[in-house]
Design a protein around this ligand. Structure first.
Ligand code: ARG
Length: 412
């Protein structure tokens, strides 16, 4: 039985979600409110997207320029956590879903909706991220996916768009499934599903070919408590920092990633990413942490960073676990302030200089020249005590004939 509460749909402006507006209406008898966010994906204006949603039958179209919010409250957390799932993927899509969900729930409350819809399939991580985030913010809301739950396939979409004279031009199937925002771009499906097939030029738009780079680009990034605040001496907001580094690191072909990834749903999938700004900023941030974090704090943080990345990848952005890790990560950033100089060229960003008033690097302790304040004699006692357990255990091994064998060097 249909009630009069509308459905709020995460609307991208593309074919799937455009068709989904009237398909959902037809299948459920409910009105649809389309919600679209600008998270720095570029392309069409929010106004164009809004007009298409209305033309496709949406009762309301709610659009938000969420670029600053995304950059400062989502990308900056990923930067502080040096987030790289499986050591490389900077969580581009994973960090945008919780923010989009927040706005979906806000619209649901505004329009008294009881259901949230999204255009994800039943095979990926994003369906889980949307729905787990919805449940974390408002557990009374239901979730539905027209593709997954109402069997909306590509063929049905195209026929449906024709039959209903929907104002959609892009009925051509793009060779890839793409998700992009200011933190980077994810490219999958099509011929990339054969993991032996190499990426072609048309896979990439954020980066130029690193094999033919322009002259090298030296950049100095100043951080304050883990957040970039100046580039080459000019003040920048988090959004401006990411955009400028996307442009400059992108021109050098930095941040191209090609991997077989373990999805939350248990499938291994072939993914391409390009995230020039994210990769360059994380490289600089990591080096500043090398200077400013105390050794044990730093070792623990590397483990925490890895867990943070896995949990955020696994749809846990709003979970108690991530909240607790956030608190740890935030605390570690107190002294992560200073400047990093990097040379960007031909696909890599290499740090060449660092300086910080809050660095723990101590020239007087580190130097091998005169001016050394480190008492080298203290190392004798240190090694004696530090090596004691090994020495005692080795004596036992020798006693029982299990000592470490040493090659016999005797001349024949
Ligand atoms: N596999 C990535 C992730 O789970 C990217 C998903 C992006 N979606 C897409 N339609 N390409 O974070």
């Amino acid at each position: 039985m249909a009630d009069n509460k509308p459905i709020v749909l995460a609307y991208s402006g593309g074919l799937d979600t455009s068709v989904a507006i009237s398909y959902l209406k037809e299948q459920t008898g409910k009105d649809v409110v389309a919600v679209s966010l600008d998270v720095g994906q570029g392309g069409e204006s929010l106004e164009t997207v809004k007009q298409r949603a209305l033309a496709c039958g949406a009762m309301e179209a709610y659009v938000v320029d969420a670029r600053e919010e995304f950059a400062s409250q989502y990308c900056m957390l990923a930067l502080k956590a040096n987030a790289k799932y499986e050591g490389v993927y900077p969580l581009v899509s994973a960090i945008s879903r919780p923010l989009i969900t927040k706005h979906l729930v806000r619209a649901a409350h505004q329009f008294d909706a009881d259901t949230i819809a999204h255009g994800c399939t039943g095979k990926g991580n994003d369906q889980v991220r949307f729905e787990v985030s919805v449940a974390s913010i408002d557990p009374t809301l239901k979730a539905i996916s027209p593709i997954r739950d109402l069997s909306l396939t590509r063929d049905i979409e195209i026929q449906f768009a024709k039959d209903h004279k929907l104002p959609i031009t892009q009925t051509e199937k793009s060779p890839f499934s793409i998700d992009q925002n200011v933190w980077g771009r994810a490219i999958e499906t099509g011929f990339l599903e054969d993991p032996w097939n190499g990426p072609t030029k048309d896979c990439y738009t954020y980066t130029d070919d690193p094999a033919f780079p322009p002259v090298e680009d030296e950049v100095t990034i100043e951080f304050k408590q883990g957040v970039p605040v100046k580039i080459d001496g000019r003040d920048v907001t988090p959004l401006q920092a990411i955009e400028e580094m996307n442009r400059r690191a992108g021109a050098q072909g930095i941040g191209r990633i090609d991997l077989i990834e373990d999805r939350l749903v248990g499938i291994k999938s072939r993914e391409l990413y390009e995230a020039p700004g994210a990769v360059a900023l994380i490289t600089a941030h990591e080096e500043l942490e090398n200077c400013c974090l105390e050794r044990e704090q730093h070792r623990i943080k590397r483990d925490i960073d890895k867990r943070w990345g896995e949990l955020v990848y696994d749809a846990q952005w709003f979970s108690p676990a991530v909240r607790s890790l956030d608190a740890f990560i935030e605390e570690t950033q107190r002294y992560v302030s200073g400047e990093i100089r990097m040379v960007m060229h031909g696909g890599s960003a290499v740090v060449t200089g660092r300086r910080s008033d809050t660095s723990l690097y101590d020239y007087k302790l580190a130097t091998y020249d005169s001016g050394d304040t480190f008492d080298q004699n203290a190392s004798n006692g240190f090694i004696e005590i530090y090596g004691m357990p090994d020495k005692v255990a080795a004596a036992r091994d020798v006693k029982f004939g299990n000592g470490i064998e040493v090659p016999d060097n005797s001349v024949e």
